[in-house]
Design a binder for this molecule. Structure first.
Ligand code: UN1
Length: 514
């Protein structure tokens, strides 16, 4: 096979063997006896590797091992757990270029974005190392004499992680790095559209746990489709399921986990808008909107899907964006001269084409037309043109998250109207305002402003840093991953009251003497 970008060498450097790839509780492969499925690159349509699906038996073996591993892992002091996560971060530093390349090739995002994704993993490991000494509980003053009260945080147990193809490795690490320092063990169901990147991470982390003599099962991966997700969601041995992906999937997971009163942490679809006011610095606004809309070929949950533009600058924004779009170079994501890579697969292309039909049928006007690209370099059938349409916020297709580079332009007159439009969708992940006017920015950030989990000023909707809590409201699911105090979702809180007096007074002054 021709390999102009050196993928085979990268796989070797990461330590991935071309055979025996599949589910694992550590470094060894669990043979499920199932048929192997091929992982295809949307960049050139070639098969990268054969990966074996797990099944219900594999799942049982993984959960049993994870339970054993938890007994040990929870007794390791948190700062020592942090030391292991530090080494995982360092191992990622060593393979950043190779893993970034693999992510780019398997998933189709640009090499720069592949590197960015690995950097997010390194950053969250650093964050988790610090956190391992900061899993603070509060102390409070008891109302009873000779009593002390405090709360402490204990690990939950097995954390199920369901991740999507678009961030095939970073989202796992946001969950896993935190869960590990919290004392949990992880069972990861990666997207079946990008399994090789997941197995690479399993090998990287698995080696570090093994080096420290830790049992297998602290870090497990199970390859499979939605059925594995169902097993995790329905399993009372898995106290927390963290799921990142579509709202459709999240509703199923949330329902199944809720039915058994487990915990779910959901980070689902977005329908993110940027408001461009007449006081915006348009150079910044255009650049922010451009990366937000076409970065990762429109396949981030934070992708900018709607631009809500004040009428006085509307025409200028429209023509400057159209001109910027005309300069976009679309092609192999590993070739750094290209700005936009492919969609993940041909189903995604179908969804993109259908959305374009729909917006036109609903009365949308073409600013930059879309379409499937063919010919030299586009043989995989997954390359599409980023498109822009003038549309109305209430169009059914505008209300819907289409995972593709389609941007809707919407005109407004007053800021309250713009904020109502921005909030007028079922999803609530990310949002932004472009303005140099303090009053506009603060109104957007106020309680009567954006209803999203992320609200930015003079920054696009995508590209959040790991230090903040990441997630959103409404159909985005309400969960928060990554920074700030998101770690609390991975632990159970215990309130402790200790009586060191010689009597037994009751709270609330209740008398109960005999
Ligand atoms: C996602 O698309 O699921 O904020 C995650 C961003 C990235 C993460 C996106 N840091 O765009």
């Amino acid at each position: 096979m021709t390999d102009p970008f050196g993928i085979s060498l990268s796989l070797q450097k990461i330590g991935i063997e071309a055979e025996n790839l599949g589910s694992s509780t550590g470094l060894d492969w669990l043979d499920s006896g199932e048929k192997a499925i091929a992982s295809f690159s949307p960049a050139d349509g070639k098969s990268i590797a054969q990966v074996q699906s797990g099944n219900a038996e594999t799942y049982e073996a993984i959960i049993a091992q994870a339970q054993i591993a938890f007994e040990k892992w929870r007794t390791v002091p948190a700062p020592q757990r942090g030391e292991i996560v530090r080494e995982i971060g360092n191992a990622l530093r060593e393979v950043k270029a190779d893993l970034g390349k693999l992510v780019s090739y398997e998933m189709g995002k640009s090499y720069q974005e592949g590197l960015g994704e690995v950097q997010e993993m390194i950053d969250i490991c650093d964050f988790a190392v610090g956190l391992s000494r900061q899993l603070y509980g509060l102390t409070m003053h008891s109302e009873r004499p000779g009593h002390r009260m405090y709360e402490q945080w204990h690990p939950l147990g097995i954390v199920g992680i369901i991740s999507a193809f678009n961030f095939p490795v970073a989202v796992w690490s946001w969950n896993a790095a935190l869960a590990w320092v919290c004392g949990d063990v992880c069972v990861w169901k990666p997207s079946e559209k990008a399994p090789l990147s997941a197995l690479a991470c399993q090998h990287i982390a698995g080696r570090i746990f093994a080096k420290h003599g830790m049992p297998e099962g602290i870090c497990s991966v199970i390859v499979g489709d939605y059925q594995v997700g169902e097993l995790l969601s329905q399993d009372p041995r898995v106290p927390l399921v963290s799921a990142t992906g579509s709202t459709r999937m999240g509703k199923l997971v949330g329902k199944a986990v809720g039915e058994r009163l487990g915990r779910s942490l959901l980070e689902l679809g977005g329908n993110n808008a940027i408001i461009i006011t007449e006081n915006a610095d348009l150079d910044i606004a255009i650049r922010g909107a451009l990366f937000g809309a076409v970065g990762t070929a429109g396949q981030r949950c934070t992708t900018t899907r709607r631009l809500i533009v004040q009428e006085n600058v509307y025409e200028e924004v429209k023509s400057r964006l159209a001109s910027a779009y005309s300069k976009l170079v679309i092609g192999n994501p590993l070739d750094e001269k290209n700005h936009v890579g492919p969609l993940i697969d041909q189903d995604a292309v179908k969804g993109y084409l259908a959305a374009i039909e729909k917006v036109k049928a609903e009365g949308g006007k073409v600013v930059v037309d879309g379409g499937l690209l063919s010919g030299d370099g586009y043989e995989s059938g997954c390359y599409v043109k980023p498109a822009i349409f003038e549309a109305e916020n209430h169009f059914a297709i505008v209300q819907h998250e289409t995972f593709a580079p389609i941007l809707y332009l919407i005109k407004y007159k007053t800021l309250p109207e713009a904020i109502a439009l921005q909030n007028g969708v079922p999803q609530g992940l990310s949002s932004a305002i472009m303005t140099t006017h303090m009053r506009e920015a603060e109104a957007f950030l106020s309680a009567a402003g954006s209803d999203c989990g992320i609200a930015n000023v003079n920054i696009g909707t995508s590209g959040a840093e790991i230090g903040g809590a990441f997630g959103g409201e409404k159909e985005t699911g309400g969960g928060r991953e990554s920074g700030s105090d998101a770690w609390k979702a991975y632990m159970r809180r215990q309130t402790n009251t200790i009586n060191y007096s010689t009597s037994l007074p009751l709270a609330q002054g209740i008398k109960f003497d005999i």
